[in-house]
Design a protein around this ligand. Structure first.
Ligand SMILES: CC(C)(COP(=O)(O)OP(=O)(O)OC[C@H]1O[C@@H](n2cnc3c(N)ncnc32)[C@H](O)[C@@H]1OP(=O)(O)O)[C@@H](O)C(=O)NCCC(=O)NCCS
Length: 160
């Protein structure tokens, strides 16, 4: 397989945004309940992520092509925690690139980044998204609560 590089996204121009939307739409194929609201939603959501976490937006690249991304916010006020924690707002790999270790690389980069700033990381994952939950658990996250179809998971500093 082509070597995968993880980089911080430096600039979100129109071409990059289009590619991120494509990765998002393809990544969530089969999991539409949790991320398949459509391209317009994806576009707005990715722009929101970029605004929230411009220093924690990491992309995985195969050559020059973006094949996955993760958005790591080090300044997220969690209403469940009543304080600021680190948060993973989005994490997705293009369908045809899944299962090759790219997600693991992105998640490790994100945990390294957030653990420099936060003693707790929070995320929400779809209740039937077993493979993502397993991946998070293998990286020190645990399930802590639920809201509707979403499961809240956290990872504490002492696990870092
Ligand atoms: C979750 C996601 C980002 C993981 O990315 P990935 O590149 O496929 O992950 P990896 O290849 O690093 O695999 C991670 C682990 O999951 C396992 N895995 C990956 N794809 C799998 C599959 N289809 N079936 C079973 N196991 C799988 C791998 O064996 C690996 O296990 P290991 O840690 O024991 O080696 C990706 O599957 C995805 O984009 N899913 C849709 C979006 C999503 O659910 N995001 C999370 C929202 S909270």
């Amino acid at each position: 397989m082509e070597k995968i590089k993880i980089e911080r996204l430096r600039e979100l121009d129109e071409k990059t945004l289009r590619r991120l939307v494509e990765v998002y739409m393809r990544g969530y194929e089969g999991l539409e309940e949790y991320g398949g609201e459509g391209e317009d939603y994806a576009r707005k959501y990715i722009l929101w992520c970029w605004k929230r976490a411009p220093d924690g937006f990491f992309v995985a690249k195969a050559g020059n092509e973006i094949v996955g991304f993760i958005v790591c916010d080090r300044d997220w006020f969690s209403k469940y925690e009543g304080r600021v924690v680190g948060a993973i707002h989005e994490f997705v790999v293009d369908k045809s690139w899944q299962g090759k270790g790219i997600g693991k690389k992105l998640l490790k980069t994100c945990i390294d980044f957030l653990s420099k700033h936060n003693d707790r990381i929070e995320l929400w994952v779809g209740e039937k998204n077993e493979s993502a939950m397993k991946l998070y658990e293998r990286h020190g996250f645990r399930k802590i609560g639920k809201s509707g179809i979403w499961v809240r998971m956290i990872r504490d500093g002492q696990n870092l």
